[in-house]
Ligand binder design. Sequence first.
Ligand code: SDX
Length: 374
Amino acid sequence: MTTTTAAPKSQGLAGVTAGETAICSVGQGKLVYRGYAIDDLAEHACFEETAFLLLVGHKPDAAELSAFKDEIVGYRRLPVGAVNLIKEISKAPGAVPMDVLRTVVSYLGQFDPNCQDISPAAEQTKSRQLLAQIPTIIGHMQNVIDGRDIVEPDDSLGHAANLLWMMTGQKPSDESTKVVDVSLTLYAEHDFNASTFASRVIAGTNADMHGAVTGAIAALKGPLHGGANEKAMDMLLEVGAVENVDSYMANAFATKAKIMGFGHRVYKQGDHRAPILHALGREAAEKIGPEATKWFDVGEKVQKIMLDEKDIHPNVDFPCGMTYYALGIPVPQYTPLFVAARITGWCAHILEQHATQKLIRPIAEYVGPENLKW
Ligand code: SDX
C-alpha cells in the first residue's frame, strides 16, 4: 500500500518546486535561457536566434540560423480555411483577439497531418510552423478589425518586421522593428509560469502540441498573467495625465485594487526584463514626441508610488504597455504579441515534458464535509 506523503502545500503552488527544466531559470538574481543571461540575449541576439536556442537547445551557427529563418518564412502562410475563419470571427460582436488566436491555433491542428504525432521530430516541425503562423494570424486579424484587405507575409522581412508589416500594411522603421524584436526575446520564456505549466500539464497526458498550446493561450489571456500588459495600458489611459496619478493611486489603495503590471510570484526585488524594455521603450518614445513620452511620464509616477508606498516593483508587462502604445500597436493585440514570443518557450517545454513521459497530477487536501448520509 503506497501512502502519499504530503508535499508542501501552498496557495497557488507558491514556492513549490513542481519539476525540473533545462530550458530556463527564473531567480531573484537573474533570468537565464539555456545558460544565457537575459540582458546578454536582449543586447546581442535577434528573436530568431533566441527561438532557435529555446527550441533546439544551443546557440545557432550562421548556417543553422539561416536555415531556421528560411524554414520559418516558408511556414508563414495559412491554409485558406484558417484565413476564412479569421475573417469570420475577428469582426464578431465582442470578438477578443486572444480568443480569436486561441481558436485559430486549435483549428490549425485539425489540418496538420502531424497533429497527433508527439515525436521530437514532428514537434520540432510543428513548433516552427506555429512560430511562423501566429504572427500571420495576428496580422490578418488586425486587417479585418481595421476593415482593410488582408496583408500577405513579406518573405524579405525578418520575424519582427514582418509581424508589424502584416498588422499595418506599412513597412516598419528599423527602430520599431528593433524594439519589438527585443520585446519578443524578453517575453519568450519564463520557466513554470502559469501558461507554460498549463501546457506541460496537458502535454503530460501525452496530448498533442496544438492542444497544449491552445490551453496555454487560454491561460496567458488572464489579467493576472499575460493579459496584464493590456490592462496596464488601459489603466494609464484611464489615469489620463500625470496630475491625476496621486488621486488615482490613493483610490486604488483605498479599494485594494491590483495595479496591473506590478508584482510577481517569483521576483520580489524586480523583474529583470522590466528595466530593459522600459529603457528601450522610453528611448523610442523620446524620438516620437510628447504624445508618446506622456505615457512614460504617467507610468513612471505610478511606478514611484508603488515602490515608495508598497515596495512592489513593475513586471515586464508594465513597460510593455507604454512601449507598444508608443509604437502604435492596438492595445488588444499586446497579449497576442506575448503569444507570438512565448510560443517558443511553450513548445520547448512541451517537447521537454513529452520526453519525460510523466503525468503531472498533484494531490489535494480535502476540506469539504465528511460522513454525510445520502
Ligand atoms: C506575468 O509567473 C511568471 O513568470 C509570469 C510572467 C511570465 O513571463 O510568464 O512573468 C508574466 O504574468 C507577470 C505578472 C502579470 N500580472 C500582473 O501584473 C497582475 C497584477 N499582479 C498581481 O495580481 C500579483 O502580483 C501576481 C498575480 C502577479 C502575483 O501574485 P501572488 O504571488 O499570488 O501575490 P499576492 O497576489 O498574494 O500578493 C502579495 C501581496 C498582497 O497583499 P496582501 O493581501 O498580502 O496585503 O502583495 C499585494 C497583494 O495585494 N500585491 C499587489 C499587487 N501585487 C501584489 N497589490 C497591488 N497591486 C499589485 N499588482
